[in-house]
Design a binder for this molecule. Structure first.
Ligand code: SAH
Ligand code: SF4
Ligand code: F3S
Length: 444
């Protein structure tokens, strides 16, 4: 009998940024699980700490830098601790170099090229002492079969495209994620089928612009993919993000409308309501085009909830431009909006533009926009009162002592239950609609 108790090694991954990054952290976790490690929330107990970074806005970078710096103490206490930093921030070569200088205690620096790189560098690090830095350019071929340690049950993220070809003038993503590449439809559908078999109840297809899926393949587009995934048997919800207004076609809207699996919610980032600003952003649609897309969605899917991303204070944005954005938001009545203040990104065309907006003006604009959006959402919440909605239970909120989940429109509801309901569909009658989220009772 073996008397040696081998203590299992632990890892912690700290993720910044979008859903794409959350899913990539599930792959980094998968590579570590494959090597016998298990996850921990407590970084003082971790043998490996990985930062998966984002550089979409300056504050995302600042937060990551602060948190990496704070690990110096842990490393001083535990010389064997392995610290790795990867993701969009480190895909910028000059940043990787700066990180190397500023935080000499970081052991591995990798980019977004291919996550198997992380596994390979990690194996090397276990056998040699020196620091490993590898930031490779993106390649055409997509690597299939990276193991995943999923952390968002009952939802499962599924990549459909990588990279972006749109080059919006403010955005760093095309530079740190490379050109758009689509996964083969068979690979996507078989991954989804397997996930449904494993009991996942919601699948979210991921791409920087899911609407251009298949542009680099033969005979498939996003509408075909929706049709194919919708044919998978079993009860599950299908979501996808993000859509680009210029590529949202009538054919695609029809595919969404006829799919019983697809949720009645579409995330359609508008960014701005002024044609002058949209042009400077290189978004390739006008406010009129956007409003037409909204009409198209509402024609085929009358109860569709449209959510969006809006940016204020793009260089040269005037009060009049901003009022165009406010006007568009009040016309569309978004079911939700992520709002951002423009942040200058190195290497993008907007970085060189004159007319950067003072901070005080930006703060005032974003406050007004958020207030408008909150009022819209409060009004929409009232319509839910006394209605019964089907909720997919996602989590338990410790503070509130309640379970929570979303309806097909993506609206969050809280409810009490003695039983653990995570991963189950439940009917909830909405009894209170104070703010934006809803509170209700389960109807058994
Ligand atoms: N591919 C997605 C967006 C990914 S980034 C799309 O096109 O919709 C998510 C959001 O971050 C964007 O929609 C935009 O609103 C915001 N964003 C991107 N770059 C930004 C920047 N430089 N400053 C402020 N917000 C930015
Ligand atoms: Fe960035 Fe535009 Fe691509 Fe979205 S579509 S990732 S905003 S360049
Ligand atoms: Fe950030 Fe990279 Fe996503 S920059 S938003 S993590 S693609």
């Amino acid at each position: 009998m073996d008397n040696n108790i081998i203590e299992q090694k632990k890892y912690k991954i700290i993720t910044y940024g979008c859903q794409m990054n959350l899913h990539e952290s599930e792959k980094i976790g998968g590579l570590l699980c494959e090597r016998g490690y298990t996850a921990t929330d407590d970084e003082t107990k971790a043998d490996v700490i990985v930062f998966n970074t984002c550089c979409i806005r300056e504050n995302a970078e600042d937060r990551a830098e602060g948190n990496i710096g704070a690990l110096k103490k842990l490393k001083a206490k535990n010389k064997d601790l392995i610290i790795a930093v990867g993701g969009c921030m480190t895909q910028q070569k000059d940043f990787a170099e700066k990180l190397h200088q500023t935080f000499p205690f970081v052991d591995i620096i990798f980019g977004t090229h291919n996550l198997e790189d992380f596994g390979r560098l990690f194996d090397k690090k276990l056998t040699q002492k020196k620091k490993l830095i590898e930031v490779l350019p993106h390649e055409e071929a997509i690597k299939e079969g990276t193991p995943k340690c999923r952390t968002s049950f009952p939802n499962a993220w599924v990549n459909i495209t990588y990279g972006c070809n749109n080059f919006c003038t403010y955005c760093i993503v095309p530079y740190v994620r490379g050109r758009e590449r689509s996964r083969k439809i068979e690979d996507i559908v078989s991954e989804c089928r397997q996930l449904v078999k494993e009991g996942y109840k919601e699948i979210t297809l991921l791409g920087q612009n899911v609407n251009s899926y298949g542009n680099d393949l033969k005979d498939v587009d996003f509408a075909t993919l929706i049709d194919e995934v919708s044919k998978i048997e079993g009860k599950f919800r299908l979501r996808f993000m993000t859509n680009h207004p210029k590529d949202l076609t009538e054919k695609l809207v029809q595919a969404i409308a006829r799919s019983e699996k697809t949720c009645r919610s579409v995330h359609l980032p508008v960014q701005a309501g002024s044609n002058r600003i949209l042009k400077l952003m290189n978004r390739r649609y006008t406010r009129e085009d956007y409003l037409e897309k909204v009409e198209l969605l509402r024609k085929y899917i009358p109860d569709v909830a449209i959510t969006t991303d809006i940016m204020v204070s793009f260089p040269t944005e005037t009060e009049e431009d901003f009022l165009d954005t406010m006007d568009l938001a009040s016309r569309v009545k978004f079911a939700g909006a992520f709002t951002f203040i423009y942040s200058k990104r190195k290497g993008t065309p907007a970085e060189k533009m004159d007319g950067q907006i003072p901070e005080a003006v930006s703060k005032d604009r974003i406050t007004r926009l958020i207030e408008l959006q909150n009022n819209t959402n409060r009004e929409q919440s009232k319509e839910y009162l006394n209605k019964t909605v089907e909720i997919l239970c996602e989590d338990f909120d410790q503070k509130k002592g309640m379970y929570l989940g979303r309806d097909t429109h993506g609206r969050m509801a809280y409810f009490k239950s003695e039983k653990n309901l995570i991963g189950q569909f439940v009917d909830v009658k909405i009894t209170k609609t104070g703010g934006i989220s809803l509170i209700g009772e389960i109807i058994w």
